[in-house]
Design a protein around this ligand. Structure first.
Ligand code: ADP
Length: 892
């Protein structure tokens, strides 16, 4: 008996071989030597990921349980390949011309690049495919266990093999599926490894089949006789189930994310489809050739109760054919791993492009524009998504407990994925299909599938028994397996019928009722008429004279040096000594791809078409060009806006910097000013207090005089400090305004009284009290403080023999102003600008003010929302206080 360790070693060696092949293929493709990698054979073999472990092991089990129904699983894809290859060709062409990266991307781009749709398809795919991945893990684990049973010594812990397998698959998918970001999203390494696995699984199954027929059953004739004798050979057809499952297999073949990945995204050349159209059905036929014999012989040979799903493995083991069993094991292993790797890659592209990246870009705001850093985020997002998807598959496997519940999940997943079909086919062939239609159809289909198939299929308890029996909310027409009263049908047929027909109906009706956006219409035209305006594999033929025109055009688009280099290398590759290459179709195709990097695929195509004359420019071409130009324009206008914003920011920064420098200078000046202002009174206080202290016999009169001086200076100091404090509070904006309502005349009365009492110099004031009878709503005390300051200044600085101050109130341009004009000599013209600055004084230190009063006034007026300025053109000192605009003013 093969020990488990040998098995693990063989597996490891096989995986290392696959790694090597994938690595070598990636290396080859990066050096451009991809001829055999691009052969139609590799393409056809890569399509074989359709045959997962579910088909490798399960087909025999299926046949053992339900007879020939298993054929439907192979029949669906065969019909698609033979009968619908023109549809596939259209799909591949659209995929290439639109550079789609996944089925979600295709649907989203067809319906006006809608991300909502992409998210829906992605979620549907993740929900549909996760159980399928779990199924693969289960099959690997089961087949391991078969070997492990015979080798109790090194038997792994429960479920641990599934865990390690999941980890290994994640590493493989991450290594080869996310090595780089390619605009075409092709992964030669993975595809080549998958092709090799395809060969291994076919050889393994054929080998087991040959052994069973000729080694056990005793030849072809005997085998046929055994088949005739067994129940499996009885031709029993449930037409509904046959039609439904064939259709489902066909739909899944087109819509499964992993199939889309190998068929469309990894497709290098549309012509490969022509080969695949006959070669892939042949492959499927070979895969199914020995299913019935193995099932029949297995049922006869194996003990009662043996799992028919594992006959492919257990028959050779029971017959002592260990090498064959090992080969069979590798076949199953290949089927499972290739499916999981490609599915994880395809799903991770969808999850990262349509869910993670939009969220990340949103979170980054407008800052995420550096392409380098976005690329690395995309790669990380993909890697994490692969790990998460495999983890989901693993947990699903653990939670479902494996076993029979999983075996039926393959068809259920097919039915879920098939919900994409109406939107996909409609998008390819019907210009009237709209985004709303696709969304509504998908949602209806998804909900029905969930309710009628997935949830009931998950076993008892997921849906309450009452609901199963009497319908949701007790409505009998809502019974999950007898919707709208149609009971007694096979649950699968029932669910597929309702979900797909209502999905299609909803899709058509909503499409007819909704209006497509311009982008949707444009994309619709591009998809439906893809053959009219996209380059086929040999789209162009040109003459030498055109090379020069092409060169001139390319220089304009790519830049002179790049274009010359490109043309030269092409000429060299053609082996010509001329400077310009021959415009061969291959060269034109490469040139188009190169140009489309700068101007977009449609524009590049139209431009080359113009020069080479291979095709006239159609309206759709023009529309496509217009679309691209609009995108470019939008992009460039966004760039412009960005650069304008940048220069605005730079200017603001410069201004802020200048201001800071100024403030720093002012701060220095302020500090030296303030120390000067403080020192003057301090010096006299110190001097006179020393005299008082040190001089004996001072006359009482002198004593009183000196004490009075000290007192006055101390008062001045206090006033100065008060003013400074007030100013700093005002400047910091920490001041709280005490809003109130009052009449201007009262404010002025109060200010007069405060400013003029106790002064020895008389100041006559002339007022027009009538005009002052207006009601204000503001901080009345602060306003009064401004007036007090102005009146005190007039009283202090007015040098007229008979000082007089006139206060007038009037309306200037809709604003109430109060002018205070005295009859002194005023402030000299050149000093007017700076009297509002701190410590600004005109002339000598006339009346001992510190020069803070007007600065405080200005701050207050600004806080109140008004203004104060010097009024030029008057005889004497003249100030204008403008009351705030928004202030509530009412005449009274
Ligand atoms: P201070 O606190 O010293 O009074 P202000 O900021 O109130 O300082 O005034 C600044 C300078 O403006 C004063 O030093 C004075 O020279 C000049 N000034 C202010 N008001 C008048 C006026 N009505 N007539 C002449 N000069 C004035």
């Amino acid at each position: 008996m093969t020990s488990l360790n040998v098995l693990v070693a063989v597996c490891m060696a096989y995986v290392i071989l696959l790694f090597g092949v994938a690595f070598a293929a990636d290396r080859l493709s990066s050096t451009g030597r991809t001829t055999w990698l691009r052969s139609p054979l590799v393409y056809t073999l890569s399509l074989s990921i359709y045959c997962t472990a579910w088909t490798f092991y399960g087909a025999v089990g299926y046949a053992a349980r339900s007879g020939l129904e298993f054929v439907t699983i192979y029949l669906g894809p065969t019909l698609v390949m033979i009968g619908w290859w023109w549809g596939l060709r259209k799909l591949v062409r659209v995929g290439r011309s639109q550079r789609v990266t996944s089925i979600a991307d295709l649907i989203s781009s067809r319906y006006g690049k809608s991300n909502t749709l992409a998210v829906c398809v992605t979620l549907l795919a993740v929900i549909g495919v996760t159980p399928y991945i779990a199924l693969q893990l289960q099959s690997i684990t089961l087949s391991f266990d078969i070997f492990a049973e015979a080798d109790p010594v090194s038997r792994p812990g429960e479920g641990s093999s599934a865990f390690w397998v999941a980890c290994g698959l994640a590493v493989f998918a991450i290594l080869f599926g996310t090595r780089n970001l390619d605009a075409n999203e092709r992964h030669h390494g993975v595809v080549t490894a998958v092709a090799i696995e395809a060969v291994v699984k076919l050889v393994a199954l054929l080998a087991v089949g040959v052994f069973v027929v000729w080694g056990i059953a005793g030849g072809l004739g005997d085998t046929l006789a055994r088949i005739d004798a067994s129940e499996i050979g009885v031709w029993q057809v449930d037409h509904g189930r046959w039609a439904t499952i064939t259709f489902l297999a066909a739909a899944a073949f087109v819509c499964l994310p992993r199939m889309f990945q190998v068929m469309v995204v990894e497709n290098d050349d549309e012509r490969h489809l022509r080969t695949a159209a006959w070669a892939f059905p042949l492959y499927l036929m070979l895969m199914s050739l020995f299913v019935v014999p193995i099932a029949v012989v297995g049922l006869e040979l194996m003990p009662e109760g043996a799992n028919p799903d594992l006959f492919v493995l257990t028959i050779p083991l029971a017959e002592g054919q260990e090498t064959l069993a090992m080969l069979s094991f590798l076949g199953g292993f290949s089927s499972a791993t290739s499916m999981v790797i490609v599915a994880a890659m395809a799903l991770s592209t969808m999850v990262s492009n349509h869910i993670v990246m939009p969220i990340w870009l949103n979170a980054q705001g407008s800052g995420a524009s550096v392409s380098g850093d976005v690329r690395s985020v995309v790669l990380y997002a993909r890697r994490v998504s692969i790990a998460v998807i495999l983890a989901l598959g693993y947990f699903y496997y653990r939670l479902s407990g494996g076993g029979a519940a999983l075996a039926s999940i393959g068809l259920i997943a097919f039915a879920g994925i098939a919900q994409i079909l109406p939107a996909l086919v409609g998008g390819l062939f019907w210009r009237g299909a709209t985004r709303t239609g696709a969304l509504v159809g998908l949602t209806v289909g998804f909900v029905l599938w969930l309710y009628t198939l997935l949830l009931p299929g998950m076993g008892a308890g997921v849906i309450a028994p009452q609901v199963m029996e009497h319908g949701l909310f007790g409505l009998s027409w809502l019974r999950p397996q007898a919707l709208f009263g149609i009971a007694g049908m096979d649950p699968m047929v029932h669910s597929v019928m309702w979900s797909l027909s209502l999905n299609t109906a909803a899709f058509c009706i909503a499409s007819l009722l909704s209006f497509p956006s311009p982008l949707e219409r444009l994309q619709g035209a591009q998809f439906v008429n893809v053959f009219d305006h996209s380059a086929g594999p040999r789209g162009w033929t040109g003459s030498v004279a055109q090379s020069e025109d092409l060169m001139i055009m390319s220089q304009r688009i790519m830049g002179a040096r790049e274009a010359q280099e490109f043309f030269q290398s092409e000429a060299m590759a053609q082996g010509s000594r001329a400077y310009l290459p021959e415009p061969t179709p291959a060269f034109l195709e490469r040139l188009e791809r190169e140009l489309s990097g700068s101007v977009g695929a449609a524009t590049a195509h139209a431009m080359i078409g113009q020069i080479v004359g291979g095709s006239s420019v159609s309206v759709e071409d023009l529309l496509a060009v217009a679309d691209e130009s609009a995108q470019l324009l939008e992009y460039s206008s966004r760039l412009e806006a960005k650069s304008a914003e940048l220069s605005r920011t730079a200017r603001k920064l410069r201004e802020a910097n200048e201001k800071l420098t100024q403030i720093s200078l002012q701060k220095d000046a302020f500090l030296s000013q303030i120390s000067h202002e403080l020192r003057t009174p301090m010096t006299s206080i110190r001097a006179f207090s020393e005299i008082l202290r040190d001089t004996d016999g001072l006359a009482p009169v002198d004593k009183t005089r000196y004490a009075a001086i000290i007192h006055d200076e101390a008062l001045r100091l206090t006033r100065l400090l008060d003013d400074l404090l007030d100013l700093s509070v005002l400047e910091n904006g920490q001041v709280t305004l005490n809003m109130g309502q009052g009449r201007l005349v009262d404010v002025l009365d109060r200010a007069m009284a405060t400013a003029l009492t106790g002064t020895d110099r008389p100041l006559r004031v002339r007022r027009h009290r009538g005009a002052e009878r207006i009601v204000l709503r503001t901080d009345l005390d602060r306003l009064s403080q401004v007036f007090i300051n102005l009146i005190t200044n007039a009283q202090k600085y007015c040098d007229a023999a008979d000082p007089e101050l006139s206060v007038t109130v009037h309306d200037v341009g809709g604003r109430i102003v109060v002018d205070l004009i005295d009859n002194g000599s005023g402030i000299p013209r050149d000093a007017r600008k700076m009297v509002f600055e701190k410590f600004a004084r005109v002339g000598a230190e006339k009346a001992g003010g510190a020069g803070l009063g007007l600065a405080i006034c200005r701050e207050i007026m600004q806080r109140l929302g008004g203004d104060i300025s010097y009024l030029s053109g008057q005889e004497g000192g003249a100030f204008r206080v403008s009351l705030p605009v928004g202030m509530e003013i009412a005449a009274q």
